[in-house]
Design a protein around this ligand. Structure first.
Ligand code: SAM
Length: 385
Protein backbone atom coordinates (compact mmCIF):
# COMPACT_ATOMS: atom_id res chain seq x y z
CA UNK A 1 0.00 0.00 0.00
CA UNK A 2 1.24 3.47 -0.86
CA UNK A 3 2.13 5.23 2.37
CA UNK A 4 1.13 8.78 1.57
CA UNK A 5 -1.24 11.41 2.82
CA UNK A 6 -2.83 14.05 0.59
CA UNK A 7 -3.13 17.69 1.67
CA UNK A 8 -4.85 20.39 -0.29
CA UNK A 9 -4.20 23.97 0.79
CA UNK A 10 -4.53 27.18 -1.17
CA UNK A 11 -5.24 25.27 -4.36
CA UNK A 12 -2.02 23.23 -4.12
CA UNK A 13 -2.08 19.51 -3.56
CA UNK A 14 0.77 17.98 -1.58
CA UNK A 15 1.55 14.30 -1.44
CA UNK A 16 3.34 13.69 1.82
CA UNK A 17 4.68 10.50 3.30
CA UNK A 18 2.68 9.31 6.28
CA UNK A 19 3.75 10.02 9.87
CA UNK A 20 7.40 9.41 10.58
CA UNK A 21 8.69 8.92 7.03
CA UNK A 22 11.25 11.48 5.89
CA UNK A 23 11.66 12.77 2.37
CA UNK A 24 13.47 15.65 0.77
CA UNK A 25 10.62 18.13 0.74
CA UNK A 26 9.84 17.17 4.35
CA UNK A 27 9.60 20.73 5.61
CA UNK A 28 6.65 21.61 3.42
CA UNK A 29 4.97 18.34 4.38
CA UNK A 30 5.58 19.05 8.05
CA UNK A 31 4.00 22.46 7.67
CA UNK A 32 1.01 21.00 5.92
CA UNK A 33 0.53 18.40 8.59
CA UNK A 34 0.82 20.95 11.34
CA UNK A 35 -1.82 23.12 9.66
CA UNK A 36 -4.02 20.09 9.17
CA UNK A 37 -3.70 19.23 12.86
CA UNK A 38 -4.54 22.79 13.91
CA UNK A 39 -7.63 22.63 11.69
CA UNK A 40 -8.53 19.26 13.14
CA UNK A 41 -8.17 20.56 16.68
CA UNK A 42 -10.28 23.62 15.86
CA UNK A 43 -12.95 21.40 14.32
CA UNK A 44 -13.10 18.38 16.60
CA UNK A 45 -11.59 19.98 19.75
CA UNK A 46 -9.31 17.06 20.41
CA UNK A 47 -6.28 15.29 19.00
CA UNK A 48 -4.77 11.95 19.87
CA UNK A 49 -1.71 11.91 22.11
CA UNK A 50 0.50 11.19 19.08
CA UNK A 51 -1.02 14.07 17.18
CA UNK A 52 -0.43 16.49 20.06
CA UNK A 53 3.19 15.36 20.26
CA UNK A 54 3.60 15.75 16.51
CA UNK A 55 2.06 19.20 16.62
CA UNK A 56 4.20 20.36 19.56
CA UNK A 57 7.41 18.90 18.14
CA UNK A 58 6.96 20.17 14.62
CA UNK A 59 5.12 23.44 14.70
CA UNK A 60 7.44 26.06 13.24
CA UNK A 61 7.29 29.78 13.71
CA UNK A 62 5.63 30.03 10.27
CA UNK A 63 2.58 28.20 11.61
CA UNK A 64 2.35 29.96 14.97
CA UNK A 65 0.36 32.86 13.56
CA UNK A 66 -2.13 30.44 12.03
CA UNK A 67 -2.63 28.66 15.37
CA UNK A 68 -2.91 31.92 17.33
CA UNK A 69 -5.35 33.31 14.79
CA UNK A 70 -7.61 30.27 15.11
CA UNK A 71 -7.44 30.47 18.91
CA UNK A 72 -8.24 34.17 18.87
CA UNK A 73 -11.22 33.57 16.59
CA UNK A 74 -12.47 30.96 19.03
CA UNK A 75 -12.13 33.30 22.05
CA UNK A 76 -13.87 36.08 20.13
CA UNK A 77 -16.72 33.77 19.13
CA UNK A 78 -17.27 32.81 22.77
CA UNK A 79 -16.51 35.94 24.78
CA UNK A 80 -16.23 38.69 22.19
CA UNK A 81 -13.38 41.15 22.68
CA UNK A 82 -14.00 41.28 26.43
CA UNK A 83 -11.19 40.82 28.91
CA UNK A 84 -12.24 39.80 32.40
CA UNK A 85 -10.17 41.00 35.31
CA UNK A 86 -9.72 39.39 38.72
CA UNK A 87 -8.40 41.17 41.77
CA UNK A 88 -5.68 38.93 43.12
CA UNK A 89 -5.01 38.96 46.86
CA UNK A 90 -1.93 36.99 47.82
CA UNK A 91 -2.94 36.77 51.45
CA UNK A 92 -0.27 34.49 52.93
CA UNK A 93 3.14 33.28 51.82
CA UNK A 94 3.48 30.70 54.59
CA UNK A 95 3.41 27.23 53.06
CA UNK A 96 3.69 23.75 54.50
CA UNK A 97 4.62 22.33 51.11
CA UNK A 98 8.08 22.10 49.63
CA UNK A 99 7.59 22.16 45.86
CA UNK A 100 11.04 22.27 44.30
CA UNK A 101 10.18 25.13 41.92
CA UNK A 102 8.46 27.54 44.27
CA UNK A 103 10.02 30.55 45.99
CA UNK A 104 7.66 30.34 48.99
CA UNK A 105 8.37 26.66 49.63
CA UNK A 106 8.72 25.68 53.29
CA UNK A 107 12.49 25.14 53.05
CA UNK A 108 13.22 28.60 51.77
CA UNK A 109 14.47 30.12 55.02
CA UNK A 110 15.20 33.39 53.27
CA UNK A 111 11.58 34.11 52.39
CA UNK A 112 10.19 36.87 54.55
CA UNK A 113 6.84 35.51 55.69
CA UNK A 114 3.58 37.43 56.10
CA UNK A 115 -0.14 36.96 56.51
CA UNK A 116 -2.84 39.51 55.77
CA UNK A 117 -5.44 40.06 58.47
CA UNK A 118 -9.16 39.78 57.61
CA UNK A 119 -9.31 43.58 57.89
CA UNK A 120 -6.49 44.01 55.38
CA UNK A 121 -8.22 41.56 53.03
CA UNK A 122 -11.51 43.44 53.31
CA UNK A 123 -9.69 46.69 52.63
CA UNK A 124 -8.21 45.17 49.45
CA UNK A 125 -11.74 44.20 48.39
CA UNK A 126 -13.01 47.70 49.09
CA UNK A 127 -10.29 49.22 46.92
CA UNK A 128 -10.75 46.57 44.25
CA UNK A 129 -14.52 47.04 44.11
CA UNK A 130 -14.01 50.76 43.58
CA UNK A 131 -11.65 50.03 40.71
CA UNK A 132 -14.27 47.84 39.01
CA UNK A 133 -13.21 44.36 40.08
CA UNK A 134 -16.10 41.91 40.44
CA UNK A 135 -14.02 38.83 41.19
CA UNK A 136 -11.72 38.53 44.17
CA UNK A 137 -9.12 35.78 44.19
CA UNK A 138 -7.75 34.65 47.53
CA UNK A 139 -4.49 32.92 46.79
CA UNK A 140 -1.89 31.72 49.23
CA UNK A 141 0.53 29.09 50.29
CA UNK A 142 -0.90 26.13 52.23
CA UNK A 143 -0.85 27.94 55.55
CA UNK A 144 -2.28 25.91 58.47
CA UNK A 145 -2.85 29.15 60.43
CA UNK A 146 -5.73 29.82 58.03
CA UNK A 147 -7.96 27.03 59.25
CA UNK A 148 -10.97 25.83 57.25
CA UNK A 149 -13.12 27.93 59.53
CA UNK A 150 -11.11 31.11 58.96
CA UNK A 151 -11.27 30.70 55.19
CA UNK A 152 -15.03 30.03 55.35
CA UNK A 153 -15.41 33.17 57.46
CA UNK A 154 -13.46 35.24 54.93
CA UNK A 155 -15.53 33.95 52.02
CA UNK A 156 -18.79 34.63 53.87
CA UNK A 157 -17.68 38.11 54.81
CA UNK A 158 -16.65 39.05 51.27
CA UNK A 159 -19.83 37.61 49.75
CA UNK A 160 -22.00 39.38 52.31
CA UNK A 161 -20.39 42.73 51.64
CA UNK A 162 -20.11 42.28 47.86
CA UNK A 163 -22.95 39.98 46.81
CA UNK A 164 -22.47 40.90 43.16
CA UNK A 165 -18.89 39.60 43.19
CA UNK A 166 -17.42 36.16 42.66
CA UNK A 167 -14.87 34.72 45.07
CA UNK A 168 -12.14 32.44 43.79
CA UNK A 169 -10.05 30.39 46.18
CA UNK A 170 -6.57 29.12 45.43
CA UNK A 171 -5.23 27.64 48.63
CA UNK A 172 -4.12 24.19 47.60
CA UNK A 173 -5.10 20.62 48.36
CA UNK A 174 -7.94 19.93 50.81
CA UNK A 175 -10.41 17.14 51.44
CA UNK A 176 -13.88 17.01 49.88
CA UNK A 177 -15.61 18.22 53.05
CA UNK A 178 -13.46 21.33 53.31
CA UNK A 179 -14.02 22.25 49.68
CA UNK A 180 -17.74 21.69 50.19
CA UNK A 181 -17.76 23.86 53.29
CA UNK A 182 -16.12 26.75 51.44
CA UNK A 183 -18.47 26.29 48.49
CA UNK A 184 -21.43 26.45 50.86
CA UNK A 185 -19.92 29.59 52.37
CA UNK A 186 -20.19 31.16 48.91
CA UNK A 187 -16.94 30.45 47.05
CA UNK A 188 -17.60 30.30 43.33
CA UNK A 189 -14.35 29.18 41.78
CA UNK A 190 -11.21 27.29 42.69
CA UNK A 191 -7.79 27.36 41.07
CA UNK A 192 -5.55 24.36 41.58
CA UNK A 193 -3.02 23.75 38.86
CA UNK A 194 -2.42 20.05 38.45
CA UNK A 195 1.20 21.02 37.56
CA UNK A 196 1.71 17.88 35.45
CA UNK A 197 -0.53 14.90 34.76
CA UNK A 198 2.40 12.50 34.58
CA UNK A 199 3.09 10.93 38.00
CA UNK A 200 6.80 10.51 37.31
CA UNK A 201 7.19 14.10 36.16
CA UNK A 202 5.13 15.18 39.18
CA UNK A 203 7.58 13.32 41.45
CA UNK A 204 10.48 15.19 39.89
CA UNK A 205 8.89 18.54 40.80
CA UNK A 206 7.59 17.70 44.28
CA UNK A 207 8.74 15.92 47.44
CA UNK A 208 7.50 12.36 47.99
CA UNK A 209 4.74 13.47 50.40
CA UNK A 210 2.87 14.99 47.48
CA UNK A 211 1.22 12.99 44.72
CA UNK A 212 -0.27 13.72 41.36
CA UNK A 213 -3.09 11.26 42.11
CA UNK A 214 -4.25 13.26 45.12
CA UNK A 215 -4.01 16.56 43.27
CA UNK A 216 -6.14 15.15 40.46
CA UNK A 217 -8.60 13.76 43.00
CA UNK A 218 -8.89 17.26 44.50
CA UNK A 219 -9.71 18.64 41.07
CA UNK A 220 -12.39 16.00 40.46
CA UNK A 221 -13.88 16.79 43.88
CA UNK A 222 -13.96 20.50 43.11
CA UNK A 223 -15.78 19.82 39.84
CA UNK A 224 -18.22 17.45 41.53
CA UNK A 225 -19.06 20.04 44.21
CA UNK A 226 -19.90 22.61 41.55
CA UNK A 227 -16.98 25.03 41.60
CA UNK A 228 -15.87 26.68 38.40
CA UNK A 229 -12.63 24.77 38.51
CA UNK A 230 -9.22 25.66 37.17
CA UNK A 231 -6.29 23.32 36.58
CA UNK A 232 -3.07 24.06 34.73
CA UNK A 233 0.65 23.72 34.29
CA UNK A 234 3.86 25.68 34.00
CA UNK A 235 5.19 25.80 30.46
CA UNK A 236 8.79 24.65 30.33
CA UNK A 237 8.95 23.25 33.85
CA UNK A 238 12.09 21.20 34.59
CA UNK A 239 12.11 17.74 32.96
CA UNK A 240 8.93 18.50 30.98
CA UNK A 241 8.68 16.73 27.61
CA UNK A 242 6.18 17.06 24.80
CA UNK A 243 4.86 13.63 25.80
CA UNK A 244 4.09 15.03 29.27
CA UNK A 245 2.31 17.98 27.72
CA UNK A 246 0.25 15.63 25.56
CA UNK A 247 -0.77 13.86 28.78
CA UNK A 248 -1.61 17.21 30.35
CA UNK A 249 -3.83 18.06 27.42
CA UNK A 250 -5.57 14.69 27.68
CA UNK A 251 -6.11 15.24 31.40
CA UNK A 252 -7.46 18.74 30.82
CA UNK A 253 -9.80 17.45 28.15
CA UNK A 254 -11.07 14.74 30.49
CA UNK A 255 -11.63 17.15 33.39
CA UNK A 256 -13.34 19.82 31.25
CA UNK A 257 -12.32 22.62 33.62
CA UNK A 258 -13.88 26.07 33.42
CA UNK A 259 -10.45 27.71 33.79
CA UNK A 260 -6.93 26.74 32.81
CA UNK A 261 -3.86 28.50 34.22
CA UNK A 262 -0.76 28.28 32.06
CA UNK A 263 2.33 30.38 32.64
CA UNK A 264 6.03 29.86 32.04
CA UNK A 265 8.17 28.26 34.72
CA UNK A 266 10.64 30.87 35.98
CA UNK A 267 13.47 29.85 38.32
CA UNK A 268 13.77 31.27 41.83
CA UNK A 269 17.31 31.73 43.13
CA UNK A 270 16.61 30.09 46.51
CA UNK A 271 15.10 26.85 45.21
CA UNK A 272 16.59 23.56 43.96
CA UNK A 273 15.67 24.63 40.42
CA UNK A 274 17.60 27.89 40.57
CA UNK A 275 19.79 26.96 37.58
CA UNK A 276 17.04 25.58 35.38
CA UNK A 277 16.10 27.52 32.27
CA UNK A 278 12.83 29.41 32.29
CA UNK A 279 9.97 28.38 30.05
CA UNK A 280 9.63 30.62 27.01
CA UNK A 281 7.03 33.03 25.79
CA UNK A 282 6.49 30.91 22.69
CA UNK A 283 6.00 27.65 24.61
CA UNK A 284 3.39 29.39 26.72
CA UNK A 285 1.58 31.02 23.80
CA UNK A 286 1.41 27.72 21.92
CA UNK A 287 -0.16 26.02 24.91
CA UNK A 288 -2.63 28.83 25.53
CA UNK A 289 -3.74 28.63 21.91
CA UNK A 290 -4.04 24.84 21.94
CA UNK A 291 -6.08 24.92 25.16
CA UNK A 292 -8.36 27.61 23.71
CA UNK A 293 -9.06 25.41 20.67
CA UNK A 294 -9.63 22.36 22.84
CA UNK A 295 -11.98 24.16 25.26
CA UNK A 296 -13.43 27.08 23.27
CA UNK A 297 -15.33 28.58 26.21
CA UNK A 298 -12.62 28.18 28.84
CA UNK A 299 -11.59 31.17 30.99
CA UNK A 300 -7.92 31.50 30.15
CA UNK A 301 -5.66 33.95 31.98
CA UNK A 302 -2.68 35.70 30.47
CA UNK A 303 -0.64 35.23 33.63
CA UNK A 304 1.68 37.40 35.69
CA UNK A 305 4.53 35.03 34.83
CA UNK A 306 3.90 35.72 31.13
CA UNK A 307 4.08 39.45 31.86
CA UNK A 308 7.28 38.82 33.80
CA UNK A 309 9.21 37.15 30.98
CA UNK A 310 8.05 39.68 28.37
CA UNK A 311 6.79 43.22 28.96
CA UNK A 312 3.89 42.75 26.52
CA UNK A 313 3.52 39.05 27.35
CA UNK A 314 -0.08 39.44 28.46
CA UNK A 315 -1.10 41.25 25.29
CA UNK A 316 0.54 38.47 23.31
CA UNK A 317 -1.34 35.97 25.47
CA UNK A 318 -4.63 37.62 24.55
CA UNK A 319 -3.63 37.51 20.89
CA UNK A 320 -3.14 33.76 21.35
CA UNK A 321 -6.58 33.18 22.89
CA UNK A 322 -6.40 34.29 26.54
CA UNK A 323 -9.32 36.34 27.91
CA UNK A 324 -8.56 36.93 31.61
CA UNK A 325 -6.00 39.06 33.45
CA UNK A 326 -5.43 38.97 37.21
CA UNK A 327 -3.92 42.21 38.49
CA UNK A 328 -2.50 42.36 41.98
CA UNK A 329 -4.65 43.86 44.73
CA UNK A 330 -2.40 42.93 47.66
CA UNK A 331 -1.03 45.78 49.79
CA UNK A 332 2.16 47.19 48.30
CA UNK A 333 4.25 46.32 51.36
CA UNK A 334 3.72 42.55 50.99
CA UNK A 335 3.76 42.25 47.22
CA UNK A 336 7.49 41.69 46.92
CA UNK A 337 7.25 38.92 49.51
CA UNK A 338 4.99 36.69 47.43
CA UNK A 339 7.99 35.91 45.28
CA UNK A 340 7.21 32.59 43.61
CA UNK A 341 9.99 33.16 41.07
CA UNK A 342 12.69 35.74 40.36
CA UNK A 343 11.72 39.21 39.17
CA UNK A 344 7.99 38.59 39.57
CA UNK A 345 6.30 41.81 38.53
CA UNK A 346 3.99 43.40 41.07
CA UNK A 347 3.83 47.06 40.22
CA UNK A 348 3.22 48.89 36.92
CA UNK A 349 0.42 47.46 34.82
CA UNK A 350 0.41 44.37 37.03
CA UNK A 351 -0.96 46.43 39.94
CA UNK A 352 -4.73 46.57 40.19
CA UNK A 353 -4.43 50.27 40.97
CA UNK A 354 -3.08 50.79 37.45
CA UNK A 355 -6.13 49.31 35.78
CA UNK A 356 -6.35 52.34 33.50
CA UNK A 357 -3.03 51.47 31.94
CA UNK A 358 -4.15 47.87 31.54
CA UNK A 359 -7.33 49.10 29.84
CA UNK A 360 -5.28 51.23 27.47
CA UNK A 361 -2.94 48.40 26.64
CA UNK A 362 -5.80 46.02 25.93
CA UNK A 363 -7.58 48.70 23.89
CA UNK A 364 -4.43 49.11 21.80
CA UNK A 365 -4.86 45.50 20.61
CA UNK A 366 -8.63 45.83 20.16
CA UNK A 367 -9.85 44.43 23.48
CA UNK A 368 -12.00 45.88 26.25
CA UNK A 369 -11.46 45.32 29.97
CA UNK A 370 -14.92 44.97 31.49
CA UNK A 371 -16.47 45.33 34.95
CA UNK A 372 -18.09 41.93 35.19
CA UNK A 373 -17.92 38.79 37.31
CA UNK A 374 -16.70 37.09 34.17
CA UNK A 375 -18.20 33.69 34.82
CA UNK A 376 -17.72 30.73 32.55
CA UNK A 377 -20.21 30.88 29.68
CA UNK A 378 -22.10 27.80 30.80
CA UNK A 379 -22.59 29.18 34.30
CA UNK A 380 -23.90 32.46 32.94
CA UNK A 381 -26.45 30.83 30.68
CA UNK A 382 -27.76 28.71 33.55
CA UNK A 383 -31.38 29.60 34.43
CA UNK A 384 -30.58 29.38 38.17
CA UNK A 385 -28.40 31.92 40.04
N1 SAM B 1 -0.90 26.91 47.27
C1 SAM B 1 -1.77 27.02 46.15
C2 SAM B 1 -1.59 25.86 45.21
O1 SAM B 1 -0.80 24.98 45.47
O2 SAM B 1 -2.30 25.81 44.22
C3 SAM B 1 -1.64 28.34 45.40
C4 SAM B 1 -0.33 29.01 45.41
S1 SAM B 1 0.87 28.31 44.30
C5 SAM B 1 2.28 29.27 44.71
C6 SAM B 1 0.30 28.96 42.74
C7 SAM B 1 1.02 28.50 41.48
O3 SAM B 1 2.23 29.19 41.33
C8 SAM B 1 1.41 27.07 41.41
O4 SAM B 1 0.32 26.27 41.01
C9 SAM B 1 2.55 27.06 40.39
O5 SAM B 1 2.15 26.57 39.13
C10 SAM B 1 2.95 28.54 40.31
N2 SAM B 1 4.40 28.69 40.56
C11 SAM B 1 5.07 28.39 41.68
N3 SAM B 1 6.39 28.55 41.48
C12 SAM B 1 6.56 28.98 40.20
C13 SAM B 1 7.69 29.27 39.39
N4 SAM B 1 8.92 29.15 39.87
N5 SAM B 1 7.48 29.66 38.12
C14 SAM B 1 6.23 29.79 37.64
N6 SAM B 1 5.12 29.49 38.34
C15 SAM B 1 5.29 29.08 39.61
Amino acid sequence: MLNIAVYAKGGIIYLCPAFGIKRKDGKRCMMERVITLVDKLAGSRMLSGEEFIFLLDNIGEEEDAYLYGKARESALANYGNKIYVRGLMEFTNYCKNDCYYCGIRRSNQKASRYRLSPEQIMECCRIGYGLGFRTFVLQGGEDPWFTDEKIAYLVERIKKQYPDCAVTLSVGEKGYDTYKRWFDAGADRYLLRHETANPCHYASLHPPQMSSEYRKECLHNLKAIGYQTGCGIMAGSPYQTTAHIAQDLEFIHGLQPEMVGIGPFIPHHDTPFKDRPAGTLRQTLLLLAIVRLMLPDVLLPATTALGTIEPDGREQGVMAGANVVMPNLSPLEVRKKYMLYDNKISTGVEAAANIKELKNRMASIGYEVVTDRGDHKKIKSSPCP
